[in-house]
Design a protein around this ligand. Structure first.
Ligand code: NAI
Length: 332
């Protein structure tokens, strides 16, 4: 049983190698992302294992099918980068890791929020330069503020709990409200009501065809002036051109993003010696009130161990004709 990995970094190899003791799979690692340029290199593999920026298009799936690959295993939760319909038509099975430490992403969202609201990233650099002045470092409390959440699934739910611990008022918008959160004091509203009331807005819904550019000129204009916006979900939820304009207009007071629309050309790589052609990320990086990280919210020891374990269990179960215990792990 052979698995070919794409977008494999040293840390992926570390955790997948460690977890393989009880499975005994044969591995092949490619550092490049999966796409039409490399798919023909897949040989004698039963499964391919992909990550968030691998492009598993119809074209790629047709080649994988012709090479007798039977399983596409995502080592992540989101699956907007896989053409599920094409996978179905080609008789492929597609699985994912539906939940791996939602705490990792929720806690990271809090880290981004605290950094922006208390300017600790600026203080860190300043003190290293022996500048101990506080000018320009004035922050504000989270306590007593209104937090608006879009998406209250596994990650949103943990984030709600943490924000309530801070003493914030939590408003939420989700297609399916969670009665447990309602009972705990989270107030569900429409998006129309949530936007103008929120001092801080955090995105925790998946990217789908229906919510692409959920945050655009129209929704930004309905937000409270000076809103702090955090996106640790998916880049395509936010229209980059519109958020840049909203930052220039001071409509958005601070922006924290761990995900970016065009991240597949940038993230998970060291480009420190390269010229970056993407003018939008350069503009975003030039704002003093924007914090950008390269899709690292999930990146904890706990989450990486779980991802490797569940991905390998999914592949083992599908190979043996057993449906995995968690049915939401199976997409096709
Ligand atoms: P989940 O499936 O448990 O929850 C998603 C929630 O969003 C559900 O309650 C669903 O009803 C709601 N939802 C769906 N479409 C919506 C819409 N248009 N408007 C409002 N709510 C909507 O997912 P989970 O585990 O909480 O993850 C959320 C997202 O976080 C993932 O889809 C993924 O994109 C992102 N993520 C980011 C990571 C990172 O490292 N930055 C790591 C893991 C996940």
């Amino acid at each position: 049983m052979k698995i070919t990995f794409f977008s494999a970094k040293p840390y992926d190899k570390q955790f997948f190698d460690q977890s393989n003791d009880s499975f005994g799979f044969q591995y092949e690692y490619f550092e490049t992302h999966l796409g039409p340029h490399i798919v023909n290199a897949v040989e004698h593999a039963d499964a391919v294992c992909v990550f968030v920026n691998d492009k598993v298009s119809r074209e790629v799936i047709s080649v994988l099918a012709s090479r007798k690959v039977r399983i596409i295993a995502l080592r992540c939760a989101g699956f907007n980068n896989v053409d599920l319909q094409a996978a179905r038509e080609y008789g492929m099975r597609v699985c994912r890791v539906p939940a791996y430490s939602p705490e990792a992403v929720a806690e990271y969202t809090v880290a981004m929020l605290l950094t922006l609201i208390r300017k600790t990233h600026k203080a860190y650099n300043r003190v290293r330069e022996q500048n101990f002045s506080l000018n320009g470092l004035l922050g504000s409390n989270i306590h007593g503020r209104t937090i608006g959440l879009i998406g209250t699934g596994k990650i949103g739910k943990v984030f709600c709990g943490i924000m309530r611990g801070f003493g914030a008022r939590v408003l939420a918008y989700d297609l399916v409200p969670d009665p447990q959160l309602q009972a705990a004091g989270v107030i569900y509203t429409s998006l129309e009501e949530l936007l103008p009331q929120s001092d801080i807005l955090s995105l925790h819904c998946p990217l789908t065809k229906d919510n692409y550019h959920l945050i655009d000129k129209g929704t930004l204009s309905k937000m409270k002036p000076g809103v702090i916006l955090i996106n640790t979900s998916r880049g395509g939820l936010v229209c980059t051109a519109d958020i840049i304009q909203a930052l220039k207009d001071r409509q958005v007071g601070a922006l924290g993003i761990d995900v970016y629309e065009q991240e597949e050309n940038l993230f998970f790589r060291d480009l420190s010696g390269s010229i970056i052609d993407d003018d939008q990320i350069q503009r975003l990086m030039s704002f003093p009130n924007v914090l950008i990280t390269a899709h690292q919210a999930f990146f904890t020891e706990e989450a990486m161990s779980q991802i490797a374990q569940v991905t390998l269990e999914n592949i083992r179960d599908l190979t043996n004709g057993i449906e995995p215990k968690d049915s939401s792990a199976i997409l096709v």
